[in-house]
Design a protein around this ligand. Structure first.
Ligand SMILES: Cc1cc2nc3c(=O)[nH]c(=O)nc-3n(C[C@H](O)[C@H](O)[C@H](O)COP(=O)(O)OP(=O)(O)OC[C@H]3O[C@@H](n4cnc5c(N)ncnc54)[C@H](O)[C@@H]3O)c2cc1C
Length: 384
């Protein structure tokens, strides 16, 4: 009889609770990664990133004598064909679609008498240690942040499991570069709104979103850096962003389907007034006629990544100027972004559309944004 590790967004050796527990089990092992609805919706940039990182993870496991199967089918159809399974190990997701996939596996486990061993991981704060039940989580980010005491942020990442050979990874190299080698972390607060340079922000997002690195791995380096270089406002600011990440994960768990629906978590009528696919296509392709927005959307189209400033401007423009459904904007980002993360993407869209947790108006003045972030026109010239 065999046990299966269903690999999901946890493509790493280090700080991987599910892998650690799976390897402790003496039974014969199968490791498998399967397509999901979300991976099938990926555009070319995200697909290329995912395929490369899957291959890297497969090679990393191979060095320790483990084989990772990468399959085109979904996990439940793979599992249906196996009659030799005693346990399935997997990391739980936060969003409805992932939870629906899990439900199917739990039901199969119940019917076919095998056990499902589930684990929560990948956030800075442990869900179980929140000082309230998830349903009572504070509504706004600032109240959430106030509720997180320093003691909840001290979990070190788990080491690479015993018997597994550690291997370098691009995500870990990026942490090393951003924190230690270039020390760009020291100027994060000054550069974080920049739109031109690769090191203006950490660019950890694609590896965080796909689980090649975790916020705890980042925090460990930030804390070690602090010990040698002293406390710094920029380190604090980056830590704050990682907490925003936790906030949206917990928020999605709390509100479930509402996060993905037009009304969002606020009561009241829908907010968009126009359902025009031609106008939407122009926004997607960077042909709105507003050069700052067009430059942003073309950067996204060509690279699969844009800065947070760019994301906020593009979202505000779609919702408040074009008055299109914000859901359409989220769908385009899902397809395009190499760092697509359901909770962060839809949580931020919801927030900017005014249907989320922040009661303040979220409309940005595009001329003002141009004056602040591209006064010389360099960014627009690069992409138009
Ligand atoms: C409309 C919209 C959609 C977004 N969609 C995604 C998405 O699909 N995937 C994604 O990873 N991020 C998303 N973000 C959040 C943010 O823009 C990116 O995480 C960030 O720009 C990635 O660059 P970085 O890694 O250099 O960030 P840094 O500024 O260096 O921040 C470090 C990390 O903190 C987290 N973080 C930063 N900003 C936020 C935020 N606003 N909310 C939650 N976590 C944050 C991310 O994990 C990020 O990698 C979205 C933001 C907006 C406004």
């Amino acid at each position: 009889m065999k046990i299966i590790y269903w690999v999901r967004n946890d493509l790493r050796l280090e700080d991987n609770l599910t892998l650690t527990e799976f390897l402790k089990d003496p039974a014969e092992k199968i490791l498998v990664w399967c397509e999901t609805k979300a991976t099938q919706r990926a555009g070319a940039h995200r697909r290329a990133f995912l395929d490369k990182e899957l291959e890297n993870f497969q090679l990393a496991l191979k060095q320790s004598g483990l084989e990772l199967l990468i399959l085109k089918e979904n996990f439940s159809s793979f599992l249906q064909k196996r009659t030799d399974v005693t346990s399935v190990y997997f990391t739980c997701g936060w969003s409805v679609e992932e939870k629906d996939e899990e439900e199917e596996i739990l039901l199969m486990a119940h019917r076919n008498h095998f056990s499902a061993k589930t684990f929560r991981q990948g956030t800075l704060v442990d869900l179980k240690e929140l000082p309230y039940k998830i349903q009572d989580m504070p509504f706004t980010f600032s109240d959430f942040r106030k509720s997180i005491s320093e003691s909840l942020l001290t979990h070190p990442p788990l080491p690479v499991p015993a018997g597994i050979t550690p291997v370098p990874s691009e995500g870990k190299d990026r942490i090393d570069y951003y924190v230690w080698k270039s020390k760009k972390i020291l100027t994060y607060t000054e550069t974080r709104n920049g739109m031109m340079n690769e090191d203006d922000t950490s660019r950890f997002s694609a590896w965080l979103a796909n689980g090649m690195i975790t916020p705890r791995m980042v925090m460990k380096e930030l804390r070690a850096f602090e010990e040698t270089h002293g406390k710094n406002e920029s380190i604090n600011a980056l830590e704050g962003e990682l907490l925003w990440r936790d906030y949206f994960k917990f928020f999605t768990l709390k509100y479930g389907r509402a996060v993905f629906m037009e009304e969002g978590v606020r009561r009241g009528g829908v907010c968009h007034t126009i359902d025009d696919k031609n106008i939407y296509a122009k926004w997607c392709e960077g042909r709105t006629g507003v050069d700052f927005i067009d430059a942003t959307m073309r950067e996204l189209l060509h690279t699969g990544w844009i800065t947070k400033r760019g994301r906020q401007n593009a979202a505000s423009y779609l919702v408040h100027e074009l008055k299109l459904p914000w859901i359409w904007g989220g769908q385009w980002f899902e397809k395009m972004l190499v760092d697509y993360d359901p909770e962060l993407c839809w949580g931020n869209w919801l927030y900017l559309s005014g249907r989320g947790s922040d009661p303040r108006p979220s409309k940005l003045s595009i001329p003002e944004q141009v004056g602040l972030y591209d006064p010389t026109g360099d960014y627009r010239r690069r992409w138009l």
